[in-house]
Design a protein around this ligand. Structure first.
Ligand code: ATP
Length: 466
């Protein structure tokens, strides 16, 4: 693999602006779909981009290919014989895709090809598949029809179909075969880069492995670089040399695939990996439960964007709870501050004022395991609220216990604002205040997590078992 990257993406940003409301009350929303993403792909290398739905993977792909206009950032592409160019006098780069004119873009789109989840939609049902694939070289100036046919027939065989299938129509092919056809079409102009956006997500599991193997074989055969996008981290492992993990518009960890899988350095990566079924008998099988919903990219959390769901979210100086209890306290705080838990919902969920014959309704096993004995009848309502929201009946730390008790009492008395204020003041995390920078863990393995900052409370340089 050469040292110079084929593709160098720096601080790529794509914000969508949406408006809603009537003519006189327009509200503008800025959706930070991609928010300062940087990565390199070397010649012949496959980079996986993985993350939950909505984190910005497809927007990254379409911004790199300039199918959508990026808001900011550089996309330096050295393919198509553009290698070795230096910077222009004004600091811009002659190979920056974001600055390409029409002709340069046309040439770039020959060198960088896209396949996506639903290959069916990209084939014209009225054209034979061979004619569809042969259209591209025609558009790019190859007028010799016989030669075009020969090239396409050869490609059909290379993707595991047969030359005879040239004259058949798209509806005659299965989903997996259509993805083979899409690969043939992507390769017909001999590109340097293939962007594969969820190429196997719509396929039967039995077919997925065949297509992944084919992509891997074609990469070697054609010397292709691949940007491979998937929400499924186990699929990425099959084909990618390096893996980048994306959360809410940002890359949070990147490194050689084995390093990312064996020693993940970001809690989000840990959570994604823990959800992968494994046959490894050494695996504990513990599934990390991500709490809370994915925040909106229109209003991402401050500091580390993952802190609202992170199982390793840092405790401030002066608080030392069991980590899972701390997570639940913060979940309660987030939901009260966001107005998701208010006195009305508490009353609905907990039958306030009713005598409690046994354990409170809705009390979870986890809360029951953490807490101590529930008090007498006077405390029933408060105890029910704590149990319903997964909080221990008492905390060993009296300050924590008092803050939770005050907030619960405020909710029960209908004072939602005081409940929110009490919790917001008592429970803060450094993760909400500091945006994490990347730290390096081994060659090319980097992660952006405040746990790696030893100067912060809870920072430790490396993850320990908790
Ligand atoms: N044209 C658009 N206008 C406004 N918002 C958009 C547009 N396209 C995408 N978004 C928003 O940008 C965010 C990122 O979307 P994107 O499709 O890139 O994510 P993804 O990780 O590829 O997810 P998926 O696999 O579900 O497509 C989402 O919140 C999405 O709703």
């Amino acid at each position: 693999m050469s040292d110079a990257p084929l593709l160098s993406v720096r601080d790529l940003t794509k914000h969508y602006t949406t408006t809603r409301g009537g003519l006189f009350s327009r509200e503008t929303n800025r959706i930070r779909a991609v928010d300062g993403v940087s990565f390199d792909i070397h010649p012949g290398e496959a980079l996986g981009l993985v993350g939950e739905s909505g984190c910005g993977k497809s927007t990254t792909a379409s911004s790199v290919l300039r199918l959508t206009e990026p808001t900011a950032g550089d996309v330096i592409f050295n393919g198509g014989g553009r290698g070795g160019a230096g910077r222009n006098d004004d600091g811009t780069h002659p190979n920056d895709v974001t600055r390409f004119d029409r002709n340069e873009l046309k040439a770039f789109r020959r060198d960088a090809q896209l396949i996506f989840q639903d290959p069916a939609s990209s084939f014209d049902p009225r054209l034979s598949v061979g004619a569809s694939i042969a259209e591209l070289p025609l558009v790019h100036g190859m007028t010799d029809a016989e030669r075009r046919r020969a090239i396409v027939e050869d490609l059909l065989e290379r993707v595991g179909l047969s030359a005879d299938e040239y004259d058949r129509y798209p509806h005659e092919f299965s989903g997996g075969e259509k993805q083979r056809l899409a690969l043939a079409r992507a390769l017909v102009l001999n590109p340097d880069l293939l962007v594969a956006d969820e190429p196997v997500s719509a396929l039967d599991v039995s077919v997925q492995a065949d297509i992944l193997r084919l992509i891997d074989d074609l990469r070697a055969e054609f010397g292709l670089s691949v940007l491979f996008i998937s929400h499924d981290i186990s699929v990425v492992r099959e084909v990618c040399d390096r893996t980048a993990v994306m959360y809410l518009g940002e890359i949070v960890e990147v490194g050689p695939t084995e390093a990312v899988f064996e020693t993940p350095q970001h809690p989000y990566t840990e959570a994604l990996l823990s959800a992968v079924p494994t046959l490894d008998p050494r695996s504990s099988g513990d599934h990390i439960r991500l709490t809370g919903s994915v925040p909106s990219p229109a209003d991402p959390p401050s500091g580390c964007r993952f802190h609202t769901r992170c199982h390793r979210v840092i405790q401030p100086d002066g608080i030392d709870l069991d980590q899972s209890v701390w997570r639940r306290v913060l979940d309660f705080r987030e939901r009260v501050v966001a107005g998701e838990i208010d006195s009305a919902s508490v009353r609905e969920r907990v039958r306030v004022g009713e005598a409690s014959p046994g354990p409170p309704a809705g009390r979870s096993e986890r809360a029951a395991a953490d807490d101590t004995e529930v008090g007498g009848p006077d405390t029933d309502d408060a105890a029910r609220v704590r149990a319903a929201y997964d909080l221990p009946a008492t905390f060993r730390d009296p300050d924590v216990d008092r803050a939770v008790a005050d907030a619960v009492a405020a909710l029960l008395s209908g004072d939602d604002a005081r409940a929110a204020e009490t919790l917001a003041e008592a429970f803060t995390t450094p993760c909400a205040d500091h945006a994490p920078e990347f730290t390096t863990h081994s060659d090319g393995h980097r992660a952006a997590c405040l746990r790696h900052r030893p100067d912060l409370p809870g920072g430790m340089g490396v993850f320990d078992a908790e």
